[in-house]
Design a protein. Structure first.
Length: 148
């Protein structure tokens, strides 16, 4: 009997389909993220603390996945989240996102689970949550330390 290979529990790359590659790249640069030299005219890469964010034209990403591109974006059942060390950092990050062109979907507020959270939309409607979760500390390297 052959052993089943492991499926590693990690998220290496998140690729967002965007309508205007340069506009979206400038948005993330305005957040303070640095464009990787690995970027090209057809895809833009940003290194994050634990993974990589890619920006790729929406139609091309749909074609790459072999699915229809669809119409106007609607809630996709996915949010991206950035956890921060305090409520004040959540507020400051949201201010920076708004200054970069984000639209606030839900202003940060205390949550029923004991944290603090709010949402914004990037130029293509991708939802980002900014949150402070006092129950998920950070490691020395800045990674989220999810209890085991």
């Amino acid at each position: 009997m052959t052993a089943t290979p492991e499926f590693p529990a990690r998220l290496s790359i998140v690729t967002l389909g965007v309508t205007d590659l340069e506009h979206s790249a400038r948005f993330y640069e305005a957040l303070g993220w640095r464009r990787s030299p690995a970027s090209s005219p057809s895809i833009v890469w940003f290194r994050t603390a634990d993974s990589v964010l890619g920006l790729f034209p929406h139609e091309a990403l749909a074609a790459d996945a072999g699915v229809p591109a669809g119409g106007e974006p609607v809630f996709r059942g996915v949010t991206l989240a950035v956890n921060l060390e305090s409520q004040a950092l959540v507020d400051a990050a949201l201010e920076r996102a708004v200054a970069a062109g984000a639209v606030v979907v839900k202003p940060p507020a205390p949550t029923d689970w004991g944290g603090y959270s709010g949402y914004f939309e990037d130029p293509d409607g991708h939802l980002w949550e900014l949150a402070h979760n006092p129950f998920f500390p950070f490691t020395e390297d800045g990674s989220l330390d999810l209890p085991r």
